[in-house]
Design a protein. Structure first.
Length: 380
């Protein structure tokens, strides 16, 4: 089976420096270097499509532009690229969300994927009018996905749950195809929701041994539900012709981190309720030293950014080897990003993907026959 790669739409702005944000922290001033206009985001999306990324993840939160509206506009400037739209179940009714997804599928030719984000920060949720605690939000997510999936199957739904209630709910037109549901979470209740309802479980980029533990955990829970789940990983990438060039770029990024900004961001993230965020913070402990926590796995991004905080750093061959290592654990989908997102898409797409193609691990998803990029690995 060919590995699947997704890129990222920086709807919080882009830069040659890390643009922070997420988990209750604001985007840094670097986000103003390249504002998230439809024109610029479409440029990234078209590059991702040409290079062979299947989709692009679009984040959700107060720190970025709205994912639904942005991807609907960007979709008009692409042809086959899918949009992994992050959304929070508590903000709209499940029937409306199912209808929105169905409309998106028809208007884009079936190019919607859904990334369900329960929301790990109560103070941010309250700003949107959501006052449930974290565990209650996860229970609501389970009810939400149960309703949405039944509606997508064409059923008439009556449900009176702990948090959600619908009566005689149905869709006039069901989506074709039904969007796949992506989901991440490291707390016990998150694993239960994943096992029952999702297609792809996403983990942030931890060292392989920790990723293997999470895969075994979710796989076991899904088996008890009589289901199978696919697995994906969310990482940044800094890949160059040589390892020295890649690490020079990583150190340049690190040198651009203002100490006061790091201190402020780390203080904010330390208040996070997210178990996944806690695991990210534990990888670096707020320390600028010893950030290579596993060969070619660098935790520096997490000093100024919430959420995914690790990057694969190295030569194209080294990055390809790390991807193969994660794949051997059970990871089939890779959701990647890099600063700036336009240029880094090309570094990865022209440097790493051909190497994986040459080993039979990847093929361009939009090409009926092999493409030049898939035939001849890029060399310096």
């Amino acid at each position: 089976m060919s590995l699947t790669f997704h890129w990222f739409l920086p709807t919080n702005g882009d830069s040659r420096h890390v643009v922070g944000g997420g988990h209750g922290t604001p985007a840094t001033a670097f986000g103003r270097n390249r504002p998230p206009t439809v024109a610029y985001l479409s440029q990234i999306a078209r590059a991702a499509e040409d290079l062979g990324f299947v989709g692009v993840l679009t984040p959700t939160g107060a720190w970025c532009e709205d994912a639904w509206l942005t991807t609907a506009m960007v979709s008009r400037h692409t042809e086959r690229l899918k949009f992994l739209v992050a959304f929070r179940p508590g903000f709209v009714s499940p029937t409306l969300a199912a209808q929105m997804a169905s409309t998106f599928q028809r208007q884009t030719g079936g190019r919607l994927l859904l990334n369900v984000v329960t929301g790990g920060e109560s103070h941010e949720q309250r700003a949107y009018g959501d006052f449930l605690d974290k565990d209650a939000r996860y229970r609501r997510t389970g009810e939400f996905l149960q309703i949405v999936r039944d509606l997508w199957e064409g059923k008439t739904v009556d449900l009176s749950g702990e948090h959600l209630q619908v009566e005689d709910a149905r869709l006039a037109r069901v989506p074709d195809p039904v969007p796949e549901v992506y989901f991440g979470g490291s707390s016990p209740i998150a694993g239960e929701i994943a096992a029952r309802h999702v297609d792809v479980y996403l983990t942030w980029g931890e060292p392989p041994a920790q990723v293997a533990e999470k895969i075994a955990w979710v796989r076991g829970l899904a088996a008890k539900e009589g289901r199978t789940v696919r697995f994906g990983i969310r990482l940044h990438v800094i890949t160059r012709d040589t390892a020295e060039q890649a690490w020079t770029e990583a150190h340049k990024i690190l040198d651009g981190f203002d100490p006061d900004t790091v201190k402020s961001v780390q203080a904010g993230l330390a208040r996070s309720e997210s178990e996944g965020q806690r695991r990210m913070l534990a990888l670096h402990g707020g320390n600028r030293e010893d950030l290579e926590i596993y060969p070619n796995l660098w935790a520096g991004i997490g000093l100024v950014r919430g959420g995914a905080g690790t990057a694969l750093v190295g030569s194209h061959d080294e990055v390809a080897e790390r991807i193969k290592e994660y794949h051997a654990l059970g990871i089939d989908e890779f959701v990647l990003s890099g600063y700036p997102h336009l240029e880094e898409a090309y570094w990865f797409g022209e440097g790493v993907l051909p190497r994986l193609a040459a080993q039979g691990l990847w093929q361009h998803p939009f090409a009926p026959t092999s493409t030049p990029a898939a035939q001849v690995p890029f060399t310096s």
